[in-house]
Design a binder for this molecule. Structure first.
Ligand code: DHB
Ligand code: FE
Length: 279
C-alpha cells in the first residue's frame, strides 16, 4: 500500500536555486533561511520517502496565459527542468512514476476533480527549488517525484477550500494504491509576497505566522478567506500559500507538527517551512 508518511512546506524563490548552486547557503544573508531546513532534512533522512508529490504552480514554463489548467498532474516517467527566465542553470531531470500518476488521475476524476493529465511536463523553479532546498543538488535525485500543478497565476484561481478538498481526494487516491510506496507531499510556494505594482515588496508577517499555525492544526480556518482577501493581506503572489492546503488535506487531521520555521524577507518573500509527520 502507498503510505503518506508526511508533508513539508517550502517557498520556491528562484534566488534559492542560485544560492545553492553558488555555495552561498552559509553566507549571512542566507544562513537563517537555510538553517530552517535542517530539521526537515534530518527527518527526510530518517523517513526515507520513495517519492515526493510536489504541489506547485507553474510560472509560464509549461503553461502560459493562453492555456491554463486549474489543476494539472504529471503522468510521465521523466520531468525535465528548464529556466523560464530567471537565469537558473537547469537541474538534472527527475524520475516520475507514471503508473502511480495514472492511478491518482483515475481516483481524482472518480472523486470529481477533473484534472488535466500531462504526459510531457517541464518543471520550473516552483517545483525544483523546494526539492533542492530539502535534498540538496544531485545528478541522480534520491527520490522519485510527481508534479501536481495548481493555477495561482491566471485568475480565476481555485479557492483555499477547493485546494483543501483536492488534498483530501489526493489522500484517498494514494491510500488506495496497492503497491508499497512511501510518499511525502510537498506544499510549496508562498508565503506573503508581491513582485509587481504599487504594493511590490509587501510582506505581512502576522498573517503568515497565523496561516502557518492554522494550516498545521486547523486548516479549515484558511477556507474562511476569499482569494481577494488573501491577496489583500499577503500580496498578489501570496495566493500561492493556498497550495499548502493540498498537502495538508492529504494528511490526517491529527498529523504531528515536528518543525516550524519562518524567515522574512528572503528575496521578496515570507518563507515558511513546516514538517508534519503523518505516521
Ligand atoms: C520570488 C518569489 C516567487 O514565488 C517567485 O515565483 C519568483 C520570485 C521572489 O521572492 O524573488
Ligand atoms: Fe512563485
Amino acid at each position: 500500500m502507498a503510505k503518506i508518511i508526511g508533508g513539508i512546506t517550502s517557498s520556491h524563490i528562484p534566488a534559492v536555486g542560485n544560492a545553492i548552486s553558488q555555495g552561498l547557503t552559509q553566507e549571512p544573508y542566507w544562513k537563517r533561511f537555510f538553517d530552517g531546513y535542517e530539521p526537515a532534512k534530518a527527518w527526510l533522512k530518517e523517513a526515507k520517502p520513495d517519492l515526493v508529490i510536489v504541489v506547485y504552480n507553474d510560472h509560464g514554463l509549461n503553461f502560459f496565459l493562453d492555456k491554463m489548467p486549474t489543476f494539472a498532474l504529471g503522468c510521465a516517467d521523466i520531468y525535465e527542468n528548464a529556466d523560464e527566465g530567471w537565469g537558473l542553470k537547469p537541474t538534472a531531470p527527475f524520475t516520475g512514476d507514471a503508473k502511480l500518476s495514472w492511478h491518482i488521475a483515475q481516483s481524482l476524476i472518480d472523486q470529481e476533480f477533473d484534472i488535466c493529465t500531462c504526459q510531457e511536463m517541464k518543471v520550473d523553479h516552483g517545483f525544483v527549488n523546494p526539492i533542492r532546498a530539502l535534498f540538496g543538488d544531485h545528478v541522480d535525485w534520491p527520490v522519485k517525484a510527481i508534479p501536481l500543478a495548481v493555477n495561482t497565476v491566471q485568475h480565476p484561481v481555485p479557492s483555499a477550500a477547493r485546494c483543501l478538498k483536492l488534498g483530501k481526494a489526493l489522500g484517498k487516491a494514494l491510500e488506495s494504491y496497492p503497491e508499497d510506496t512511501r510518499v511525502v507531499i510537498l506544499g510549496t510556494g508562498g508565503m506573503s509576497h508581491q513582485l509587481q505594482g504599487e504594493r511590490a515588496g509587501i510582506i505581512d508577517v502576522e498573517f503568515d505566522l497565523e496561516c502557518m499555525d492554522k494550516i498545521a492544526t486547523d486548516p479549515e480556518w484558511m477556507t474562511q478567506f476569499s482569494n481577494a482577501e488573501i491577496i489583500r493581506r499577503a500580496g498578489s503572489e501570496g495566493i500561492e500559500t493556498i497550495m499548502w492546503l493540498v498537502m495538508r488535506g492529504a494528511l490526517k487531521d491529527d498529523a504531528a507538527v515536528l518543525h516550524k520555521h519562518y524567515h522574512a524577507p528572503i528575496s521578496n518573500t515570507g518563507a515558511g517551512v513546516l514538517v508534519l509527520d503523518n505516521q
